[in-house]
Design a protein around this ligand. Sequence first.
Ligand code: DQA
Length: 143
Amino acid sequence: MKKILVLNGPNLNRLGTREPSIYGKTTLHDLNAMLEKQAQLAHAQLTCIQTNSEAEFINAIHKAGDENINYLIVNAAAFTHTSIAIRDALIAVNIPFIEVHLSNIYARESFRHHSYLSDIAQGIIYGLGSKSYRLALQAILDI
Ligand code: DQA
């Protein structure tokens, strides 16, 4: 059975009410429920984590390594653009991951155009709202 972990970074707990014109109206709770159902139908095990703390994000990556998680879906949110430490943690555990973003980061402020994760990701899906996650999960389930 595939073991998949979805990692969500800072402020994504506010989905649904946070800048809905950019991030949509789906709450994190509803997004997680959709992904869990999608995984269940494919007999995969899926866990979703959200944290506002960079240290917790890194610890969750390390734990995924210890627990032999097979794939990660990573939305590091603002840490995408700042965190060499998260990049290093992903390299350290060597778990394939898909980077996702709800918004099209290349159509926004220039500081969002650089990701510390993209060149080490297996794939990147962005700009499709909650569908970015659903497509990433489908890609993993199809492997
Ligand atoms: C985001 C894009 C980031 O630039 C931003 O800081 C976020 C969310 C997205 O999913 O579109 O918090 O990762």
